[in-house]
Design a protein around this ligand. Structure first.
Ligand SMILES: Cc1ncc(COP(=O)(O)O)c(C=O)c1O
Length: 509
């Protein structure tokens, strides 16, 4: 990829990639044989080659355009519409991977990826994923791989003590925070209806309500729809000037709903909202939930990792009154997507909601061990605990803390740059490592369309291929979101990005 002078030369990149997988001189006989099936010797050879390819990828990751610049349909047009009837050799498959697939990849692991929240990986995590794929373990019950079940139990216990969550809660790995929140709402629904809906279905007379702030992630709305509560029964509570849920309004809404015959089923508090990482006041929300007997679920999908730092434990003041909590090690804890850590106070509510016992899954160890198929929606489960174990052991808690602190420190640095610059405006507080800001030149008269200008600025920035940012709207104002949490991101990357933002902004007016 030719990045000098900002030129993206895909043709050159494709020809380089093709050269990378030459048809070896010895291969006419050798590779014809592979066409039947890959044998162990061939697997070994390719595994070595791919290990080199993976290491090369990370060595050169900054040379790729961070956000793929292909157009809709570009990749599809290069793929045959029907599968091959005969075996194809791995050289050809890998050449196509380089020439067709790689240009359509957005490089989430790039240190210049500042979009959304990260989906971090790290070398130890990748190595564990290689082992996981090799073992091909499916951990639906303890018997199908005792080590998978018991390692999961232990790493969840480790996470509890690393984050300061209550020691008597139980933890289980889910795929994503969306699933964890759905699991929480389903458990709350069953507990409050004495497990009636699981048994007999909805009567049609249930009047259940769920509450979250206007800034809460869309996964709550999805969960409410799937759980049969109905989207119109999701009550969105307004936020204060810092985008945190207004607890007085929550209390009022619940009291009014009870008076109107509704049952307040669940409140979802967000620690680190998606838009701007606002932290809802958990202790005050927990008191309201305690008063009305409402399930309190805490969504800390991104921000939960900050609890590794004792100085951030204030975010979970009141957690002992909550019922469930989720955070994603796949976001900020350097563990490859997907892995979501879900914790629950009342394990029985979870098990009674999801338990199922067909004859073919009966084992002699029931009751003695954790059969995780009863702890969530899916039956079959990937062996996700292994990568988390590799990450925690390979980094060590101190190193994990150091990396997270460094991200927060860099975000503070950027916050100060934005505040000090006359032509930029900070649009939200920076409690963690996300900075929300917009371009607003001091020379503007007030009549300019700032939303349009900032939208254009974002488009231009992402088109350079040098960085990737996304946006949100805060109080109707278009905000650039710069999330500083990549495994490989350093101060230098953020300084260069800030320079590019300033230069590009000037061209947008
Ligand atoms: C606060 C919050 N909750 C939930 C989610 C959904 O996460 P997942 O992709 O793991 O379902 C996100 C995603 O960014 C989020 O920011």
């Amino acid at each position: 990829m030719d990045f000098e002078n900002g030129n993206l030369n895909f043709e050159k990149s494709i020809s380089d990639s093709v050269k990378f997988y030459p048809s070896d001189s010895h291969n006419s006989y050798f590779y014809r044989k592979i066409k039947l099936a890959m044998n162990n010797t061939e697997f070994r050879e390719w595994a070595h080659r791919l290990a080199d390819r993976m290491a090369d990828y990370y060595e050169n990751i900054e040379k790729y355009p961070v956000k793929s610049i292909v157009k809709p349909g570009d990749i599809l047009a290069q793929l045959p519409s029907s599968p091959p009837s005969e075996s194809e050799d791995m050289t050809q498959i890998m050449n196509d991977f380089e020439s067709i697939i790689m240009p359509g990849i957005t490089h989430w692991q790039s240190p210049n990826f500042f979009a959304y929240f990260p989906a971090n990986g790290s070398y130890p995590s990748i190595l564990a994923e290689m082992l996981t794929a090799s073992l091909g373990t499916q951990g639906m019950v303890w018997d199908t791989s005792p080590a998978a079940a018991e390692l999961e139990e232990m790493v969840m216990n480790w996470l509890k003590s690393m984050t300061g969550l209550p020691a008597n809660w139980s933890g289980v790995i889910q795929d994503t925070a969306s699933t964890s929140t759905l699991v929480a709402i389903l458990s709350a629904r069953e507990r409050i209806t004495a497990y009636e809906i699981n048994e007999n279905g909805f009567k049609g007379t249930e009047k259940l309500r769920v509450y979250c702030s206007t800034e809460t992630h869309s996964s709550v709305e999805k969960a409410v729809k799937i759980a049969g509560i109905g989207r119109k029964n999701l009550v969105k509570i307004a936020t204060d000037a810092q985008f945190r849920m207004d607890t007085n309004l929550l209390s009022e809404a619940i009291a009014n709903d009870i008076a109107a015959g509704y049952i307040p089923l669940c409140v979802v508090a967000a620690l680190g909202t998606t838009g701007c990482t606002a932290v809802d006041p958990l202790a005050a929300i927990a008191e309201v939930c305690e008063k009305y007997g409402t399930w309190l679920h805490v969504d800390a999908a991104y921000a939960g990792t900050a609890l590794l730092l004792p100085e951030y434990r204030w975010m979970i003041d009141g957690i002992e009154k909550a019922d469930s909590f989720v955070f994603n090690p796949h976001k900020w804890m350097f563990t490859n997507f997907d892995i979501s850590a879900y914790f629950i106070k009342d394990k029985e509510a979870l098990l009674r909601t999801f338990e199922i016992l067909p004859e073919y899954l009966k084992t002699g160890n029931r009751g003695l061990v954790n059969d995780y198929r009863d702890w969530g929606i899916q039956l079959g489960r990937r062996f996700r605990a292994l990568k988390l174990w590799f990450v925690i052991r390979s980094f060590g808690v101190n190193q994990l803390q150091a990396k997270i602190r460094e991200h927060i420190r860099i975000a503070r640095w950027l916050e100060q740059q934005v505040i000090a610059h006359p032509d930029f405006e900070l649009l939200a507080p920076v409690p963690l490592s996300l900075v929300c800001f917009r371009y607003k030149p001091a020379s503007f008269t007030g009549h300019e369309n700032l939303n349009q200008i900032n939208e254009e600025l974002l488009r231009e920035l992402n088109h350079t291929g040098k960085i990737f940012l996304t946006h949100t709207k805060l109080n109707g104002q278009y905000a650039l979101r710069m999330s500083i949490a990549g495994t490989l991101t350093t101060q230098q990357h953020v300084e260069k990005a800030w320079e590019l933002i300033r230069e590009t902004a000037v061209g947008c007016i």
